[in-house]
Write a protein that binds this ligand. Structure first.
Ligand code: NDP
Length: 287
């Protein structure tokens, strides 16, 4: 049976580091604060925003939820972001996706101050990932994929990794982070003619597509470590990944959905908030 790569323990380790840092910030007179912008109309986004709120409360981090009607204008969202950018007591800003069709996520995200961009979505933080600039804020999900592998002691250096998906949120930034780990990466996408053949040569596969059951048992092998970053909503509202549920006796290790990459992603968002505060402090020169 495959090892189930649950993320709870890895996430708890991150949360305990954050709790210690929050205590330090407070002792130095700073209250860590995070703002999330939520446009109504997507049940999953509302759920993720409220789960972040609960975690923030547990960590004694202030949390502002800015909720907007479904027909909100791009200008209004940009105006609120500009105010949050200027607020020296606000350290992190996040925009929940997806947005309604009349809004451009990339245009709105580009307005977030890079030093407060805890999900690494602004152009300058994307560039930081691509160039390996450690002073940037990297997106949380790609970090979580690597963090989960490392937590279970899997080496990436020199390993053959099949990365399935080259999306802006997960696959593309993850490709760059994997380069920094010295993995040998094959990037697969919708035009890859024989995905099964690519997975056959892989020691590690990371899947970030957004299609349930796209990785089936006949595509995996007993030595394969599979990280499933996909999130798909079933008709009953529950979530599932991109891998079929019966892979457990076909691969060496599989990360679950829920309870895998997503669990660690949330913890890493809060770790990014701590890094954002470090960046803002050093920008002001008042360390
Ligand atoms: P995108 O929609 O931007 O990209 C999807 C990628 O999948 C594309 O590169 C596409 O190829 C590729 N693809 C589509 N069909 C196939 C196929 N049949 N075979 C191989 N590749 C295919 O996705 P995102 O990067 O935004 O997100 C990926 C997944 O990660 C989603 O399920 C999303 O919900 C999830 N996610 C999970 C998070 C978490 O916390 N766990 C956080 C954020 C996202 P092409 O480029 O050729 O079109």
């Amino acid at each position: 049976m495959a090892i189930v790569l649950k993320a709870k323990e890895a996430a708890e380790l991150v949360y305990s580091e954050i709790a210690a840092r929050v205590k330090e910030w407070k002792e130095n007179g700073k209250q860590p604060s995070l703002a999330t912008l939520l446009v109504e109309g997507d049940a999953a986004s509302a759920y993720y925003a409220s789960s972040k709120q609960k975690i923030a409360e547990k960590l004694s981090i202030s949390f502002q939820l800015h909720t907007f009607a479904n027909d909100v204008s791009e200008e209004e969202l940009k105006r609120v972001i500009a105010t949050l950018n200027e607020d020296e007591h606000m350290h992190g800003i996040m925009l929940e996706l997806p947005l309604p069709a009349h809004l451009s996520a990339s245009a709105i995200e580009a307005c977030i101050a890079p030093a407060k961009d805890i999900d690494g979505v602004t152009p300058s933080n994307k560039l930081a990932v691509y160039t390996g600039n450690d002073t940037g804020l990297y997106p949380a999900t790609p970090q979580a994929c690597i963090g989960l592998l490392k937590h279970y002691g899997y080496k990436l250096e020199g390993r053959n990794v099949a990365l399935v998906g080259r999306g802006q949120t997960v696959g593309l930034p993850l490709f760059h982070l994997l380069q920094r780990e010295h993995a040998t990466v094959t990037v697969c996408h919708s035009r890859t003619p024989d995905l099964a053949a690519q997975l056959k040569h892989a020691e590690i596969a990371i899947v970030a597509v957004g299609k349930p059951n796209m990785i089936t048992k006949d595509m995996v092998h007993p030595g394969l470590i599979l990280i499933d970053a996909g999130i798909n909503e079933r008709a009953d509202g529950s979530i599932t990944g991109d891998a079929a549920s019966d892979l457990s006796d076909g691969a060496a290790a599989v990360s679950p959905v829920p309870g895998g990459v997503g669990t660690l992603t949330t913890a890493i968002l809060f770790r990014n908030l701590m890094k954002a505060m470090d960046i803002q402090t050093s920008m002001k020169g008042d360390a």
